[in-house]
Ligand binder design. Structure first.
Ligand code: FES
Length: 167
């Protein structure tokens, strides 16, 4: 992936090029590119005057960061005990079938990343799924399609930056 240097510069400067703001800086880069591209880690190391190994250490320690490309939307299917007994595995299968990927993978168009999680902290409404942090409780196989459509629809509805508003 080609990482625009000016975008990285603006993120680093937003955080005052300060080592103390390393995590906030990396979070912004993660949000911008949906992962931490290798070039961005080298850039941050240079800009903050830190050893690259320290940046990599932080990037691999926190689950919020990913060193591999991720989709625009992250679907988390809970496989904790409470969700598991209420059909979590079937929900996961349905996501895998509809997205044609396995858990841990990203769709080739870069739209969705599918992952499992041990517990989302709201077992009473299981089985639970989140997409980009939005919770869907009492999920069923039928609801999986509705959930995915919501995110596919929102992409279609959002006009692209280069589209003329009055065309
Ligand atoms: S087990 Fe799924 S939310 Fe706790």
């Amino acid at each position: 992936m080609n990482v625009p240097q000016e975008r990285l510069q603006s993120i680093v400067e937003k955080h005052h090029s300060n080592k103390k703001n390393l995590i906030a800086t990396l979070l912004d880069i993660q949000e911008e590119f949906h992962y931490l591209p290798p070039d961005s880690l080298r850039y941050v190391a240079r800009a903050l005057g830190m050893p690259l190994i320290d940046i990599i250490g932080v990037s691999t320690f926190y689950r919020a960061f990913s060193l591999t490309p991720r989709g625009e939307h992250t679907c988390l299917v809970c496989m904790g005990t409470a969700c598991h007994v209420r059909g979590g595995p079937k929900i996961l299968e349905e996501f895998e079938r509809r997205l044609s990927i396995k858990s841990g993978e990203t769709t080739p168009d870069g739209r969705f990343t599918l992952e499992t999680v041990a517990c989302l902290g709201c077992c009473a409404i299981g089985p639970v799924v989140t997409v980009d942090g939005e919770y869907f409780g009492h999920t069923s196989i039928r609801k999986v399609n509705t959930i995915l459509k919501k995110y596919q629809r929102s992409e279609k509805a959002a006009p692209k930056a280069d589209e003329s508003p009055a065309s």
